[in-house]
Design a protein around this ligand. Structure first.
Ligand code: GDP
Ligand code: K
Ligand code: MG
Length: 283
């Protein structure tokens, strides 16, 4: 039977390695990611009669093309198509953690959240509406306390169930940008579909967003498959970027980043309650 690949993503210090170690025990292979000196850890385990390959991705806050760690993590998801990505979320730093989570949702990979550090969050008086978080991002959420091996069986079960599920990755409950940005994405997406149907390496909406953000790695990948047909697409991307820069007086990638933060802060308002004591402690 086919080996299922499960990748662990998360911010630095979210508990990724702790959970990786619990999942894989001593069956670990440590090396480097190809071409870079970033450590790669993977481990094979047997689960419900099936072999699972667990891959510990570099810890990142985002998935931009500006840091080696982020490029490694993103390329693995884009090119190796893991069956499921477990995003280890630090529940005691929910807002910060959701930036990566939001980007993973935009990438259209299958995602499960491990809401880790729940003990820390609770001790600080934070209450998280887990069901609501799951609903708002349309992602299964499992609560874990990594250093006490709590919730890890449930997490693995949720990941494997999702890997086997035939349900397509939900398209709603992702970031929607303001109408002007959405129009630019739509125009570019239509061009991508018209010019590069069948040869586009990545999801068209995601590709359009990245081209509007001037993402050099995605530009290179699209150029590599598109050949001459790329010219029209890159011209549309350039025009849409220019239009948005004029309209908002800012780089499009700044606008999309801001809007992701806005989307996240809306989610946090709905799911996170802090006790009076904590609010006093912070002030
Ligand atoms: P990584 O940077 O994401 O790989 O994080 P690590 O796995 O190295 O964990 C960072 C620290 O947090 C370590 O000291 C862990 O023992 C600790 N840790 C991991 N999970 C939890 C948790 O759920 N609760 C608490 N209190 N500590 C945790
Ligand atoms: K660490
Ligand atoms: Mg680590």
């Amino acid at each position: 039977e086919r080996v299922l690949t499960i990748a662990l993503a998360g911010n630095p210090n979210s508990g990724k390695t702790t959970i990786f170690n619990t999942l894989t025990g001593t069956r670990q292979k440590v090396g480097n990611w190809p071409g870079v000196t970033v450590e790669k850890k993977e481990g094979l385990i047997e689960y419900r009669g099936q072999t699972l390959k667990i891959v510990d991705l570099p810890g990142t806050y985002s998935l931009t093309p500006f840091s080696i760690e982020e490029i490694v993590a993103r390329n693995f998801i884009l090119d190796d198509h893991p069956d499921v990505v477990i995003d280890i979320i630090d529940a005691s730093n929910l807002e910060r953690s959701l930036y990566l989570a939001t980007q993973l949702r935009e990438l259209d990979c299958k995602v499960v959240f491990a809401l880790n550090m729940m003990d820390v969050a609770t001790a600080r008086g934070a209450k998280i509406d887990v069901a609501k978080l799951s609903e708002l991002l349309d992602v299964p959420v499992v609560q874990t306390v990594g250093n006490r091996q709590k919730g890890i069986d449930d997490l693995l079960a949720a990941a494997v169930d999702l890997a086997h599920s035939n349900k397509p990755v939900p398209q709603k409950r992702k970031v929607r940008y303001n109408p002007e940005v959405e129009k630019a994405i739509e125009a570019l997406q239509q061009d991508l579909a018209a010019q590069l149907r069948g040869i586009l390496p990545y999801h068209p909406r995601w590709t359009a967003i990245k081209l509007i953000e001037n993402d050099t790695i995605v530009q290179e990948r699209v150029a590599a498959v598109a050949g001459e047909k790329g010219a029209a697409v890159f011209e549309t991307a350039r025009r849409q970027r220019e239009h948005l820069a004029d309209r908002f007086n800012d780089e499009p990638e700044i606008i999309t980043t801001d809007e992701r933060y806005g989307f996240i802060s809306g989610i946090v308002k709905e799911v996170l309650t802090t006790s009076i004591r904590q609010r006093i402690d912070i002030s």
